[in-house]
Design a protein around this ligand. Structure first.
Ligand SMILES: NC(=O)c1ccc[n+]([C@@H]2O[C@H](COP(=O)([O-])OP(=O)(O)OC[C@H]3O[C@@H](n4cnc5c(N)ncnc54)[C@H](O)[C@@H]3O)[C@@H](O)[C@H]2O)c1
Length: 263
């Protein structure tokens, strides 16, 4: 018996949102390397096409699609096109996300709406669309955040969305479990990606490496393992939850954060 076989996704089709960068790009790459045909979906089509080029260079199969996950009709169309073009949908990774830092007392309504739409409502719309076509054995994975365990200044809107995503994960797990569809979350800790880098771009548009490195050092020091996560670490958790290796796991959130929070 070769235990690695249970992680194989040969013959399966996966959609990964926000796969034009960071954790989504790493997840799409790992799922493709495991044998899945991957739909690389992102608002940023150029980023998605780069991911597809990387996957093809490694011998994998992928297509790029532009989608705004905040648009329920677009998420429905993405799922429908996937099934009509590739025949099925086995794995959906609701990964796209944005962060806008601002104290809660100053958050304007349109900004709050946007954060909830991209980070939270997208999980509902994507999962609803997927649930219409998924067969038993399928898996939905939602990218949450370690912020579900903490309160930090300036991240309240984002935390509300991610905590809501955890609630959707658990309730979908209960509701879709009888149909053999599993729903789980991955909660990355601080990871070097577009979201964390954007905070260190100054008013002139210059990336401030030293401030970024200092924050990364503080984040690493706060974790028992003494390190921050890389995008690939969350991607491996996505692979586990997407594959039959986790066939008895649903409604669960895997924290990929060096032990920075535990629950
Ligand atoms: N990097 C971290 O420290 C960290 C920690 C915890 C959770 N996360 C979560 O990981 C996920 C991936 O983020 P990342 O860290 O890889 O950042 P990233 O900025 O590198 O990637 C996010 C991707 O989402 C895409 N996107 C944004 N809005 C979209 C929309 N409306 N429709 C479709 N695509 C959209 C972006 O174009 C980008 O390619 C997010 O849900 C984020 O909240 C990140």
């Amino acid at each position: 018996m070769d235990p690695s076989n249970v992680f194989r996704l040969t013959g399966k089709v996966a959609v990964v949102t926000g796969a034009g960068s960071g954790i989504g790009r790493a997840s799409a790459g790992v799922l493709a390397a495991a044998g899945a045909r991957v739909v690389v979906a992102d608002l940023d089509l150029a980023g998605a096409e780069e991911t597809v080029a990387d996957i093809k260079e490694e011998g994998g199969e992928a297509v790029a699609r532009r989608v705004d996950v905040a648009d329920p009709a677009a998420m429905g169309a993405l799922v429908d096109e996937t099934v009509s073009g590739l025949g099925r949908l086995d794995v959906l990774v609701n990964n796209a996300g944005i962060m806008i830092r601002r104290p809660l007392a100053e958050v304007p309504p349109d900004e709050f709406d946007r954060i909830l739409s991209v980070n939270l409502k997208s999980v509902l719309y994507g999962s609803q669309a997927a649930a219409r076509v998924m067969r038993p054995g399928s898996s939905i994975v939602n990218t949450l955040s370690t912020i579900i365990d903490f309160a930090t200044a300036g991240t309240g809107s984002y935390a509300a969305a991610k905590k809501g995503g955890e609630a959707l994960t658990r309730t979908f797990a209960v509701e879709l479990g009888p149909r053999g569809i599993r729903v789980n979350g991955v909660a990355p800790g601080w990871t070097d990606t577009g979201i964390t880098r954007q905070r260190h771009v100054d008013d002139a548009g210059e990336f401030q490496q030293s401030g970024f490195d200092q924050l990364a050092g503080r984040m690493a020091a706060a974790a028992p393992l003494g390190t921050v996560a890389e995008a690939i670490d969350s991607a491996y958790a996505v692979l586990y939850l997407a594959s039959d290796a986790s066939r008895c796991v649903t409604g669960h959130v895997i924290r990929v954060n060096g032990g920075a929070s535990m629950a």
